[in-house]
Design a protein around this ligand. Structure first.
Ligand SMILES: Cc1ncc(COP(=O)(O)O)c(C=O)c1O
Length: 384
């Protein structure tokens, strides 16, 4: 299987001392936290469940497409990815001018926030969420306005609506959310959008949407014509298994896309990324069966955790969340010693990807051991 990856362990590495570079960098950049990548194991015997990747090898059609395109890497890629835009437009039933590709959803999030915010403008986002959002907001001189998640790890949409001010330019909503996996219903999102000012952009991050089995799942295609301030973000990193190629896309109204294209990085997505994405889009049946396998495995793992006594909420991505609080780093150390890396958020919880059944069983074994030896019933940290 694909994800036994060698490399150094990376738990609680002390942050480097703050440095003042000799050139006059904008001061708000000096104390920005660095992105924390998912840890990899110190030996090849350690499974990687720390980065929400798929445990399967790349799709055979993707490998073939990359192989064919490799001969042309002396050439620039298509500047804005016209062929991929056509394929995505067909896939989503929209026109090409409503699609924008980028170097991962994260690059598009940066483009959107940079395009919307002047210094001092505000970006409202749930917290905890994918760390890139507050980081990108602050890096662009905007103010990050974190709104705490509800106790079950879901967005507090009512509190997010209240957090909107005259200075709010962007609101971030993720369904399913990273790292808790909680999702949002279509009904709740519609009600939220009704109260958001129409000139505020709502980024609807659907990076994990393929795994979402919420009964009233968000139908972003139905939302977009009604709420023109919504921009949907998607990625090929997760369900399509192309995390290493860095390719994502945004769906938005035409006029907005036309402007965003002008300020996006020209040639921002490699030709290898573009052909791989097109090949993956053509593999609907195989992609869906892989997603179904992950969802079935997630359901198995969640049921086992509940049997052990854990409160795991309703994870709808290809990962789950154990709210271990102060014990998160300790738990992560224990899992790596047992053979899997996970992603600890010190003081809050641990995010664990759904990987190979063998890897999931190792994580389950650690969780069971913790119930027996470490946790007391009722104590903070998710043990019900
Ligand atoms: C909610 C969310 N959005 C976006 C991303 C980044 O996606 P990409 O790999 O396409 O940049 C992540 C990755 O962790 C994520 O969790």
């Amino acid at each position: 299987m694909a994800s036994r990856i060698p490399g150094p362990p990376a738990f609680d590495a002390p942050p480097p001392p703050p440095e003042t570079p000799p050139v006059r960098l904008r001061k708000e950049l000096l104390d920005l936290p660095a992105h924390v990548p998912g840890a990899v194991g110190a030996t090849a015997a350690v499974f990687k469940l720390s980065a929400n990747e798929l445990p399967f090898p790349p799709l055979p059609a993707v490998i073939a497409a990359i192989h064919d395109a490799a001969e042309d890497v002396n050439r620039y890629p298509q500047v804005y990815g016209a062929r991929l835009l056509r394929a995505l437009a067909t896939h989503h039933g929209v026109v090409e001018d409503q699609v924008l590709i980028g170097n991962g959803a994260v690059a598009l999030a940066e483009l959107l926030i940079r395009s919307m915010c002047s210094p001092g403008d505000e970006v409202v986002h749930p917290w905890r969420c994918f760390e890139a959002y507050p980081a990108v907001a602050r890096a662009n001189g905007a103010v990050s306005v974190p709104v705490p998640l509800r106790a079950d790890g879901s967005h507090d949409l009512a509190a997010m609506a209240v957090a909107v001010t005259e200075r709010t330019r962007v609101i971030v909503v993720a369904a399913p959310a990273d790292p808790t996996g909680a999702s949002i219903t279509h009904t709740d999102l519609l009600a939220f959008l009704e109260v958001v000012p129409v000139d505020v952009m709502v980024i609807l991050d659907e990076s994990y949407v393929q795994f979402d089995r919420t009964a009233d799942r968000i139908d972003s295609r139905a939302l977009m014509p009604i709420h023109k301030n919504v921009v949907v973000l998607r990625t090929f990193s997760n369900a399509y298994g192309l995390a290493g190629l860095r390719i994502g896309y945004a769906l938005a109204r035409r006029r907005l896309v036309r402007v965003l294209r002008r300020v996006s990085t020209p040639f921002g997505v490699s030709e290898l990324g573009q052909v791989a994405a097109m090949a993956a889009l053509n593999q609907t049946a195989l992609v869906e069966s892989r997603v179904a396998e992950i969802v079935a495995e997630r359901d198995r793992v969640v049921a086992a955790l509940r049997d052990q006594g854990w409160d795991v909420g309703e994870p709808q991505g290809n990962f789950y969340w154990l709210p271990l609080g102060e014990r998160s780093s300790l738990f992560a150390r224990d899992t790596v010693q047992s053979g899997v890396t996970v992603r600890p958020f010190p003081g809050e919880g641990v995010r664990i990807s759904i990987g190979e059944p063998e890897a999931n069983d190792i994580a389950l074994g650690v969780a069971a051991r913790w119930v027996r030896r470490v946790m007391s019933p009722g104590e903070p940290g998710g043990f019900a």
